[in-house]
Structures are given as C-alpha cells and as structure tokens.
Write a protein that binds this ligand. Sequence first.
Ligand code: SER
Length: 595
Amino acid sequence: MKITSQYLRDKFLDFFRERGHAVIKSASLIPENDPSVLFTTAGMHPLIPYLLGQKHPAGRRLTDVQKCVRTGDIEEVGDDSHLTFFEMLGNWSLGDYFNRESIAWSYEFLTSKRYLGLDPDRLSVTVFAGDDDAPRDDESAKIWENCGIPRERIYFLPKKNNWWIAGTTGPCGPDTEIFWDTGKPACSDSCDPSCDCGKYLEIWNNVFMQYYRKADGSYEPLAQKNVDTGMGLERTVCVLNGMRSVYDIDLFQGALAKICQLSGKTYGDDAATTKAMRVIADHVRTATFLLGDPVGVVPSNVDQGYVLRRLIRRAVRMANTLGMPQGSLSQIARVYVDVYRDVYSELSDNSAKIIDELDKEEERFRKTLVAGEKEFLKVISHIQGSVVPGGTAFKLYDTFGFPVEMTVELAAENGYTVDVEGFKQKYAEHQAKSHAGSEQRFKGGMAEGGGVETTRLHTATHLLQAALRRVLGDEVKQKGSNITPERLRFDFSFSRPMTQEEIAETERLVNEAIERKLPVTCEEMPIEEARKTGAIGLFGDRYGDVVKVYTMGDFSKEICGGPHAANTGELGRFVITKEQSSSAGVRRIKAELRY
Ligand code: SER
C-alpha cells in the first residue's frame, strides 16, 4: 500500500480526534514566546507554557501537525534523509492521560487495519534504562508487552537515546521510541534500534514529560505529567513506503520535476546533480514556508532573516551550477504553494510576497555570485597551504554577499578550509567601527560605573526585564531598580505573585541568554526612532532627545544610560532569590549572579 502525506495527516488527526483530542492548528515557524530558539524545531515549542501548567483553551488533549524548521544539519541536506523543513504529527496530554493510553494508542494506530495496518512483527521499541535522575521505565516496557510487543524487541537505553529535551533546560522526560524494521539483516549481534546501519528506522517518539531541567543541571518534577509525541511526517511516509530517500515521497515530486524542466537535467543521473536538485528542493520549500509564515521573515543579515538568506543563496548557487535561469526559485515555490494549498493556506495567501521576495533575493545574489566565485578562485590560486584567510571570507561576505557558511562549502569543494575565527574577528572589527562613537562613550561609562560586578548585575537586570515580559506579558514595566555589588533588586508592575513555574521559567530564559553569549551593543538615536525599534524603557524627558539603546542579541532592547558588560556570556549563573510584593500592583525580585 502506498501511504501519501495527506493520508497520514488525515488518519493521524482522525485517530486522536476520535479519542477526545482537539485538533489545533500549526503554530508559526517563528516562536512567539521563546527567544531562545530562532525557529519552532518541534511540536512542543509552542506548547511549553501548557506543559508547564497553563490552561490551554482547547483542553487537555490536543493533536496537531506542526511545521518545524531545523537547520543544525544543513550541510547534510541532499543525502537521503535530511531536511531543513518538516512536519511533525503529535498528540498531547496536558496533565491528562499518561503512558498507558499513549502507548496503547500508538500501537493501535500503527497496527490496526482501520489506520495504518502495519505488521506488528516489524515494530521494535526502546524505553528509558534509568539513571540517578529518573528510574528505569519498566512501566512502559510492561505496557508494550501487554500490547503484544515481545520482550526481546523492547530495548532499554540510556539518557543519550531515550530522554527528550529541547535544548538544555526546560520540560523534559524519558521517552519511548518506536522503530520500523526495514527488513535489512542485522549488521552484527549487538545491532539494536540505536544502531544506524539502517535496519531500524524511528517512526514515532512518545515523551513522558514530567521533569523540568534547571540551568544547574538538576531535575524537578513538573506540576503535571504530560505526554508529547512526535512523528516526522516526511520520514514516516518514506519509511512506511519502503522508499530509500525522503525525496522520493509525494511532496517533492512536483518540485523535482520543475527543477528538471528548468535545468534540462535528469534527477538521479549522477550524484552531484541529484544532491544539487535535492538541496534546491529542500531549501526552496523551507524558504517558501518562512516567507509565507503568518509571522513571516524576509531575507536579512540577522537572526531568522540570515538563515533564510543563507537557504535562498545556497539554492541559487546550486541552481546556477545546474544552469537554471533567473526566476527559477519562485517557479519552484509556486509548485509548493499548490502542493500545500489545502493544508497550509498561508502559502497561497502570501504567494505574492513569497514570489516577490524569492525573485528579488535571487536577482540580488546572482549579480555578485559569479564575480564572487571568480574572486574566490583567484584567491585560492595564490594562497599557500589549504586555509582560506578570514579576510577573504569577510570580503566575500561584505562585497559579494556570500554567507560565510557558503564560503566554507565552496572551499571544501576545492579541498580548502576557511579560517572562520579570522572571519569572525574581521566581522567584529567591522561592527565595532560602525558603532565607534557610542562604543567609546560606553567604555567611559564602565570606568565610572564602579565595579565589574555592578555592571554585570545591571546587564542581568535588562535580561530579567526582557524575560519577565516574555513570561508574564507586556504589562510588566520597570518601577524601580537598585544594585549593590552582591545583588540586584528589580521592581515591576504586575498584579499577583508569580507562580513557581513562572519564576523558574524567568530564570531559565535569563540563563539561556547568558549561555548564548549574546553581544551587548549600544546605539545612539533620537527617542522617536528608539520607540520605533521596539526598545523598552523609560521614555521620559530626562533622557533628552537622543538616547542610548542597548541591544543584547535578539533577547533585549532597552533604553538605558549604561554601563553594561560587552557580552552576556560574562555573567554568572542567574538565580532569583526572592519574589515578593513591593507595593500595590508592584512586585519585587531580588537576584544574584553566581560563579
Ligand atoms: N518533542 C519530541 C520530538 O521532537 C516528541 O514530540 O521528537
């Protein structure tokens, strides 16, 4: 039987709808309340507040198909399995059912003739083996056994395999993973589902989310026990159809055909062409979803916009090697808009924007691409050794618009590496120059500020305010701040005591911003402009017409007189020591930095 993407989406949602789950819409690809990640990378991201105990308006049982973007393995795209965009099917219990129902339903969905009707003999599962943080999950193993999975196909594996967490802190827990046996012979006696020989392919992951991992690495039980399951749509369709590559599934056929038509080449002819076509198919799809997202991104030099630019430019470079004409990307995007018309109507709603932005970015980059490649080849013909200097990478970036990752790739194709550290240094020097005026004053302020620790605590205060606004909402406004070398004190408008979860989440966000080592930059601008950039802070007269806006990566933007640390990475571990009332409608937080 051939399983199409739409068949799997429909069956999955129907199954859980019939079991009391509300079908919720995919959230945006741009996390709205979580500054710690650029993109929604799993179904759980948009649901974190509800996993932590907030009430979800649709109830305690949810099911969804969530759009996800993961660019961590972007270099691998073009092989048989990696994608930068994918859909994740999920069912959710927010403090409602737990492992018993979750496992039994997964088994039923996979094996029942009314749903996928898979051969139960080809399923294997893994469960958590237990360690100092959490017990061995014998309970889940027993439930699997009762469903009909024999003991020898139930594997106990450690945290490395059977524990799920997004990032380093936050809600998490042991999981049980379901694998499909492709029928390949075992590669050795010790071959099990954790082996990557290709015999076992994971199709579903059920996470029993019941802990919170704190910044200090310790685990606390959550207020409620949740279930978070994830089934990668493209991958599962591929596996269940016995296909070798995810690019063989229905969703890519139109785009690949279009690429063949535009390039005059044949998919599968040779490895290089196949890889280039897959990269184009993948990157254009992701770009289409990012541009068409209701929150939406456009190509730029920072954050999500940079990733989008990188995807588009990489696709343009590949398209160029295949001899595809200007405007190819938007033609491929049109195919995707059609493919997803009934599932993600935002793509058709925003198709004009998608096409326009792709055409513009393709044109922009094609203007410099050829000259940049020439420059690159000229440089490597002169250098001694095999390392492309950082300065060259910077010139390619600055003059020709080559994302540094592309230069690295280009270098690798020619047997060279790139001095990426050198590139970063040049980049930082360039940034410093363009902010020279304010940087100078900033240093003066530090000297007068009295003590490194006070400066750090002041910097942490910005992060705290930004975190509070994310956790509690925009009604949070600074009412007072006081810093001694030992602690910070921050008063802010908010009408009730914070819950333990809110305090923990605030701490987590601040510590994440510290761990991300965000650069702290300062710019001077007229107050009106500052307001337009979305900077928070006191807009009173006492600042005069021109104000300083301090930006900490994508996390905080605030009007302030300084001084500040140059990078959030200089701060120690942030700990809230007290949350109390200050006066009516005003709360007070005391916090420290520990080293
Ligand atoms: N969050 C888990 C995953 O991404 C299950 O949904 O696999």
